[in-house]
Ligand binder design. Structure first.
Ligand code: URA
Length: 208
């Protein structure tokens, strides 16, 4: 598993703004989308292209087109939806596969309540979206579901992760790459990331 922690100043700056305790729903939501857009840029840097000749105003010209598998974006409900628009800004024709998982607050284990994959998953690269990679349980469950549906090319985009979550996912799915704005310190006793962002779903949806 490769873990790419962002080094881009814009990502660091925007994530710093997101950590402010009194941030508004509007600002948090906008920043989640902006950071997701920048992470998409990083996570698609190695996509292969192929040459194609098209008719340009000045005559035939060779251009580059992305080749290989099409992309499906996989937001994990509900917080992953907060990153979806940012990703689709850059990949507007991507299909969306939705996975609904929540965390049992006592056991911290993921519970699946929704799954709707787009077609031909074996021909697609999946970009999983979830703001927080905490215990890793939800991500492992989501990857299990994607692999079961035939998908063999899987990447995950996160705003914040912790080393213990990354290690757990790596042990279960070493073939999946992770793109994250920041790898933070650790989990607290309730499974929240420190220093983290707090409850990302609540902040994106303005609940609580
Ligand atoms: N989910 C969140 O929203 N925040 C955390 O810190 C961990 C999981």
């Amino acid at each position: 598993m490769a873990v790419y922690e962002a080094t881009h100043p814009l990502i660091k700056h925007k994530l710093g703004l997101m950590r402010q305790h009194d941030i508004s729903t509007k600002e948090f939501r906008e920043l989640a989308s902006e950071v997701a857009r920048l992470l998409t840029y990083e996570a698609t840097k190695d996509l292969e292209t192929e040459a194609e000749t098209i008719e340009c105003w000045s005559g035939p010209v060779e251009v580059q087109r992305i080749k290989g598998k099409k992309i499906t974006v996989v937001p994990i409900l509900r917080a992953g939806l907060g990153m979806m628009d940012g990703v689709l800004d850059l990949i507007p024709s991507a299909r969306v596969s939705v996975v609904g998982l929540y965390r049992n607050e006592e056991t911290l284990e993921p519970v699946t309540y929704y799954e709707k994959m787009t077609g031909s998953m074996e021909d697609r690269t999946a970009l999983i979206l979830d703001p927080m990679l905490a215990t890793g349980g939800s991500l492992i469950a989501c990857i299990d579901m994607l692999k079961k549906s035939g998908c063999t090319s899987i990447r995950g985009l996160f705003l914040v992760a912790v080393p213990e979550g990354i290690e757990k996912v790596e042990a279960a799915h070493p073939d999946v790459d992770i793109y994250v704005a920041s790898v933070d310190e650790r989990l607290n006793e309730n499974g929240y990331i420190l220093p983290g962002l707090g409850d990302a779903g609540d902040k994106i949806f303005g609940t609580k």
